[in-house]
Design a protein around this ligand. Sequence first.
Ligand SMILES: O=C(O)CCC(=O)C(=O)O
Length: 317
Amino acid sequence: MINQWIRKFKPAYELYNFFKKDQLKHNLPKYQKYGIHKKYYSSISSSDFEGLESPLNIHDKENTKNTLPQLEAFNKLSTQRQSELLPWSDDGYVVLKGFFSPERVKKINEEVDQLNKSGKARWVGNKMMFAIHYSDIILRASADPALMNIINMLMGKKMDLFQSINFLTGSEQRTHSDSFHMSTFPYGNIIAAWIALEPTDKDNGPLHYYPGSHKLPYVVNKDFDNAGSKRFLGDKAYGVYEDKIADIVSENTFTRKLLFADPGDVLLWHSNLLHGGEPQHDKQRTRKSLVTHYYAEDAICFHEVTQRPTLKRKLDL
Ligand SMILES: O=C(O)CCC(=O)C(=O)O
């Protein structure tokens, strides 16, 4: 009971954050830019931006079919890559076929095995979290310069690697958008990469996603009566958020797509694209993948789900 109460009590998190200035000060110049009166350790959520205009990124405003061909960096890419990137604004995702070589994928898989065997891997449920902080191989793949070039191009600005998650099996996560977990002001300033480390098909829990759903309004706590108060987080369970997203999906006519990927393929998705993991029907199989998230350098970074500012650890890049 006390435990539950403390988990909702914002000053407890603020006290924890007070000692993390190095990892939180990144928001301070942006608080100033947008006129947000917060300390580096303060709780922060969408309710702090109510009434403020959230400027759109270039490719949420203009269509990549028109803008990308004007860029020198885009014209240096192979014609295959060019045609893969063009639908970004319309669909909210792109698939880069065979982006990582079989040798690179093999190296990453061997590294994950090694991290597991040595006890170095840090697991939260079925997710191996933040391997970029303890594996140079995973860090180099996540911040691969050619991948960063494409990510920066799609976002129209400089993006920074924030986190990595390795999966050995399907996540089986219900449909959600990343913007509720890794949030920004202005909205829409994160991007994710899903890197296949094994073939995926209908039986080993492929990724699912809804093309075009990134254009929906961003779902925030107040949309399911979970805004809370000055001192307390809202009292709704995470499942209530997932139910809200399921309602939104059923009220719309988006097509549910599954990603049947080959090792080395990369899917990049927009912060607001609805996606999740299919059930893993064949429990004997694995479904190895690496998911990475990138925040825009110029945005306020926080977690709407916990109303906390984002702790950013320095990367050895
Ligand atoms: O890999 C999956 O099954 C889904 C991953 C996902 O939804 C996420 O990392 O946000």
